[in-house]
Every structure is written in structure tokens, then in C-alpha cells.
Design a protein around this ligand. Structure first.
Ligand SMILES: Cc1cc2nc3c(=O)[nH]c(=O)nc-3n(C[C@H](O)[C@H](O)[C@H](O)COP(=O)(O)O)c2cc1C
Length: 173
């Protein structure tokens, strides 16, 4: 699968089969995650791979009741180290969420090319996830994603057209 096909095929998957994810596939997608770029190559991340069913089920209420988080056989939790991130992006902000966002997108596109589904989870209670996984204070929990085989039809959701989002040479009024 080439990159364009992976980009087109990726959609948020909110229903998963119980089939386990093969360890070699998981290792390949985690390695694609590892290779993501980051501000000043800070690599300000740690990824917790949760396979244990009991822990996955505990994550459901921490993710505001999103049941499919417990349904997928694997959940990856992206943790961020602010002190390792580039602090002055654009002169005024911190690269941590971008760094982690790029890494998660690597994971998601690699997952698609392995026939697996994912879904970015940004709606969660950080303190609850921290407690369940024993994440130390000071380490941010930025995002989670289930990883598993999609159940049911994929839904391709609409996007704005290029005309709506591209300007040429200068800001166009
Ligand atoms: C930062 C961020 C947070 C998100 N949080 C959630 C979430 O908590 N639950 C969920 O089901 N989808 C979540 N999504 C997925 C978006 O709803 C989804 O990407 C968007 O509707 C476009 O659909 P698509 O991914 O299928 O193309 C999130 C996406 C992003 C980028």
C-alpha cells in the first residue's frame, strides 16, 4: 500500500473484532511511530502498549465511556515529556502536542497498511488514565488509540475542498 492509499484508507474506527493483533505487525507500527520527526529531534514521548483486558476495560470510563476503547485488543497510550519538547515553536509555543500528533499519525498510517484500524482518542480524563496506568506526575497523557481489526463498514467522512483551505502567495481576503 502506498502512502496516498494509506492516507485515503485511514478513517476513525469505532468498532473492533476480538481478533488479536499479531506481534510482528504491532512491532512494525510501533517502529513507524518511533521514526516520527519531532522538534529538535527531542522525541518527547513514551508509548504505553496495553494488551491486558482488565486494564483496557478500566480505560473505558476514563475515556468518557467510549466502549470501543475496551473492545480493541490493544490500546496505545501516548505520553509526553514537556521538558524534552522544543519550547519556542514560532517563538511562543511548545511542540509537545504536535510531536505526539505526528507520531500518532505515523502509527495510524502504518496500522492501515497492516489492515488494522485506529481512532484518535482525545476525550479522556487525564488523572483517571494516569491512575490506571501509574503514569508519574509531570508526564502528560496526550492521546490514546485503540488498535485492532475493524468490524463493519469503514466510513469516509467529508473534508473541505482544496479551494476552501489553500491560499496562494499571500493571505487572500
Ligand atoms: C485531537 C483529536 C481528538 C479526537 N478525539 C476523539 C475521541 O475522543 N473519540 C473519537 O471517537 N474520535 C476522536 N477523534 C477522531 C475525529 O473525530 C475524527 O478524526 C474526525 O471526525 C474525522 O474522521 P476520520 O478520522 O474518520 O477521517 C479525535 C481526533 C483528533 C485529531
Amino acid at each position: 500500500m502506498d502512502i496516498y492509499e494509506a492516507v485515503r484508507e485511514r478513517t476513525s474506527i469505532r468498532a473492533y473484532k476480538a481478533d488479536p493483533v499479531e506481534e510482528d505487525k504491532l512491532e512494525r507500527i510501533l517502529d513507524a511511530t518511533r521514526l516520527a520527526p519531532s522538534g529538535k529531534n527531542g522525541q518527547p514521548w513514551t508509548f504505553i502498549v496495553v494488551r491486558d483486558e482488565e486494564i483496557r476495560k478500566k480505560l473505558v470510563p476514563a475515556c468518557k465511556g467510549q466502549e470501543f476503547v475496551g473492545q480493541a485488543p490493544v490500546v496505545v497510550v501516548a505520553c509526553g515529556h514537556e521538558e524534552m519538547a522544543y519550547k519556542k515553536m514560532g517563538g511562543y509555543w511548545n511542540s509537545l502536542p504536535l510531536d505526539i500528533g505526528i507520531a500518532i499519525e505515523h502509527l495510524m498510517l502504518a496500522a492501515v497498511s497492516e489492515g488494522l484500524g485506529t481512532c484518535w482518542i482525545g476525550a479522556f480524563f487525564e488523572e483517571q488514565v494516569r491512575e490506571i496506568l501509574g503514569v508519574p506526575e509531570g508526564v502528560k497523557i496526550v492521546a490514546l488509540t485503540p488498535v485492532g481489526y475493524p468490524a463493519g463498514e469503514k466510513i469516509h467522512r467529508p473534508r473541505k475542498s482544496l479551494d476552501e483551505i489553500i491560499m496562494h502567495e499571500k493571505w487572500e481576503d
